[in-house]
Ligand binder design. Sequence first.
Ligand SMILES: Nc1ncnc2c1ncn2[C@@H]1O[C@H](COP(=O)(O)OP(=O)(O)OP(=O)(O)O)[C@@H](O)[C@H]1O
Ligand SMILES: [Mg+2]
Length: 382
Amino acid sequence: MLITRIELRNWRNFAHIEAKLRETVYLIGPNASGKSNFLDALRFLRDVASPWGGGLQKAIASRQGISKLRSLMARSNPEVEIYVELSDDVDDEIPTWKYRLAFTAETAGHRRNIITKEYVWHREHGVLLNRPNDKDNGDRELLTQTALENAFTNSEFRDVAKIFASTTYMHLVPQLLRYPELSSPTAPDNDPFGQRFLERVAKASDKTRELYLKKMEDALNLAVPQLKELKMVTDKMGRPHLEAIYKHWRPRGARQQEDQFSDGTLRLIGLLWCLLEGHSPLLLEEPELSLNDAIVERIPILIERLQRKRMQQVFMTTHSYSLLANPGIDGRDVLILETGTEGTQVRGISEEEAVLLKSGLSIAEVLLPKARPESAEKITLN
Ligand SMILES: Nc1ncnc2c1ncn2[C@@H]1O[C@H](COP(=O)(O)OP(=O)(O)OP(=O)(O)O)[C@@H](O)[C@H]1O
Ligand SMILES: [Mg+2]
């Protein structure tokens, strides 16, 4: 199942945006245009739907309250709203599912965060949920919880809850993987920066891990040819580590663990693992970071090959010319974020841009110039 459409209202720096989504979504735009905020809307749904202690209140609290996530552009005290459509095929005229969630904070009394709308629709079964309903009106406390977050109340649309909950965010920060003690134990996300990435690898079955590590070693061989025999080992304390042989002038090479791997190696390992695990939707933050251009160019192909084997939706923010220069990228996969006084707008490619792409220019050539901040040339430190 894929998220085929999204609409956000009063979400962070978006007053109102709508976008059609395909199997791969490239989010491009200047710094602070809202690419990460866009991904955060999907993480928010994940946090609400998470069966491991998720829920609306926690999802809001972990973002420091509704005032942080409600758009500063919004006047008065409006609702924050997320709407998505889901389907197996991005070209379905009528989606399989529609899910809408809107919430606000009470302006008096308990000042609770309450749901103003929760709506679920299915192509065959019609409207399955439309809140506030009579029960909610009789007991307003019910409006502090979504039907999505509760197995009793989401039974008729469990598929939707499962898709949201399976959303995986990958923004591996090498220093945090090497030194997990640097990260906050109360990190709002379940694993936003890959601190617990090694646990994730350790949790896979032996067979899967062996298979994936072998595939990763082959891929890594091209990027970091000195690295051989990638495997997982446990230390005396029972903690998992990645280990590889680092070939050098001595015939046998030296064993190294993840704290000695380079930033690029660690980020590539994280990226490859998430792609192999097949999480969907998979949210990737700037996968190009720390990687050589020759590797970055290959990222779109890597993703497309895996998608041919199974349905996996990948969202990616990027600033990379090399990544977007890949001629295989379909122009319809790109969303361009443009900032303005009324908040950021999101758009797909225009007809004119489509013609340029057809004539042989790459996404990087046609669209990246438009994602440049207007006066970047003037940046200086006097
Ligand atoms: N509630 C809010 N209302 C309005 N703007 C907000 C809100 N919350 C965050 N922002 C703004 O959103 C911007 C950050 O957006 P975001 O981090 O998504 O950018 P980005 O496109 O990912 O940038 P980069 O390329 O630098 O990573 C900041 O300018 C921040 O002030
Ligand atoms: Mg960002």
